[in-house]
Ligand binder design. Structure first.
Ligand code: ARG
Length: 464
């Protein structure tokens, strides 16, 4: 380590300048410049409050507002310049302000610390991103609900253990995805509610001796209220962890959807058509059309889960209050935000473009004795105990496998070998259409129920 640099903001306490490597190693401006607009927003509220508290004069406030306004323009137009020597976004902006307005710029930091400043900035930033993410989630849900309504009566095999279990409708399957995302939306809003408190005023850790008004800054920044404890305020990163937990569950869902899309586009399933624009080819195998977008989303779930672990480990051993460790919260959090936004955008675009191959789905549903349970239920109605009915159907299936036929293709005489309770009306329930229509209750797969749920979903989305 060598090449000493001029020490800056805390120069008074130091006998030698910060080592150049250390300055670079400890800086965060490379990534926290993303917080520039929120940092300005926080400073404007702080300055306004200091003026009401008579710590700053009205004239000083005007100068600060003008200076910060100019810096905001520089940020928005991409002309802001940041320096590593100034370590982070907070000191970069403060220095820029001081360069512009002189000594008044140095007064802005009265009664606050970078510790409550950064805690405020990240909350503001995550809150803004939450609102954008909520819009993307809503777009995806809308596409799911519309597709579900459109394909409410398209029959496909429903699976358990990835073995054909019972016929379901494609619309019903899509609404299962809708419900998963609906819970994600709820978790996101819960996270927003808990996050929406203002740590500003906690200063370094213990509060400040100036006559600050924390209610006012909270209000100016759109927070529900100020936080209750100054030590907790500067050291709490629960909201980042909670956000990443929400994001991880969301990515787990998107990864599951992706897995199904990948299976369904394979030649073996061939259940859906995914437009070419979401796929790529192979450089060597001319016939290939690879579902790259879903594959990549499935893969990206790993990095979001990883960020959750990073944040948990980051926090687990920190004594109160602020520690420099906390600077490491930003990169996982930012990457988590970028990743889920891209994945949601891709899904929201992909979902309306998917078309089911109804004939293939139907043919697949016919293969796996998907109506065997319906036959058992039929026998129960004819007064046969369910356990015995299960046995009878099991034998019928073994027979049908030998004959290489579906249950619905057996003759009445063939079926009656196993139970004389079986009559001509059995064929109504052995068809796939009859099977799905019979599950006509709240949450069931009957096309009527699917249309009902899909419409209800669309009405709910309208209210957002
Ligand atoms: N760059 C720092 C961070 O991101 C800002 C707070 C620094 N506070 C301090 N006392 N060193 O956490």
């Amino acid at each position: 380590m060598s090449d000493k640099k001029e020490s800056s903001m805390w120069g008074g306490r130091f006998k030698e300048a910060t080592d150049a490597f250390v300055a670079e190693f400890t800086s965060s401006i490379q990534f926290d410049q993303r917080l520039a607009l929120q940092d300005i927003q926080g400073s404007l509220a702080h300055a306004e409050m200091l003026t009401k508290a008579k710590v700053l004069t009205q004239d000083e406030l005007s100068q600060i507002q003008k200076g910060l306004g100019e810096i905001k323009e520089e940020v928005l137009s991409g002309h802001a310049e940041w320096s590593i020597e100034l370590e982070d976004i907070h000191m970069n902006i403060e220095k820029r302000l001081t360069d512009k307005i002189g000594i008044t710029g140095k007064k802005l930091h009265t009664g606050r610390s970078r510790n409550d400043q950064v805690a405020t900035d990240i909350r503001l930033y995550v809150r803004d991103e939450i609102d954008e993410i909520a819009t993307l989630i809503t777009r995806l849900q809308k596409a799911l609900a519309e597709q579900a309504e459109k394909h409410a009566d398209v029959i496909m095999p429903g699976f358990t253990h990835l073995q054909t279990a019972q016929p379901v409708t494609f619309g019903h399957h899509l609404l299962a995805w809708y419900e998963m995302i609906e819970r994600d939306f709820g978790r996101l809003q819960d996270c927003r509610t808990r996050l929406n408190q203002s740590p500003l005023g906690a200063a370094a850790l213990a509060g400040t001796t100036y006559p600050i008004d924390r209610e006012l800054t909270a209000k100016l920044l759109g927070f529900e209220k100020p936080t209750n404890n100054s030590l907790d305020s500067v050291s709490d990163r629960d909201f980042a962890i909670e956000f990443n937990a929400f994001a991880s569950i969301l990515m787990m869902h998107l990864s599951r959807f992706s897995e199904e899309l990948i299976l369904w586009t394979s030649a073996q399933f061939d259940f859906i058509d995914l437009p070419d624009r979401f796929c790529t080819g192979s450089s060597i195998m001319p016939q290939k059309k690879n579902p790259d977008v879903p594959e990549l989303i499935r893969g990206k779930s790993g990095r979001v889960f990883g960020h959750l672990t990073s944040l948990l480990v980051l926090m687990k051993s920190q004594p109160l209050a602020y520690n420099k460790d906390n600077q490491e919260d930003k990169e996982p959090l930012f990457d988590c935000i970028d990743t889920i936004k891209n994945c949601l955008l891709a899904f929201a675009d992909m979902m309306p473009a998917i078309t089911p191959k109804a004939e293939n789905m139907l043919a697949a549903a016919k293969k796996g004795f998907a109506t065997a349970t319906d036959l058992a239920d039929y026998l129960v109605v004819k007064n046969i105990p369910f356990r015995d009915a299960h046995e009878i159907v099991g034998s019928s299936v073994v027979y049908a496998i030998e004959q290489q036929k579906d249950l619905s293709e057996l003759s009445l005489d063939e079926l009656r070998q196993f139970s004389d309770a079986i009559e001509q009306d059995v064929f109504e329930i052995l068809t796939l259409e009859g099977s799905v229509q019979a599950r006509d209750h709240l949450g069931g797969t009957a096309p009527k129920q699917v249309v009902f749920q899909a419409k209800k979903a669309q009405e709910n989305l309208q209210k957002r």
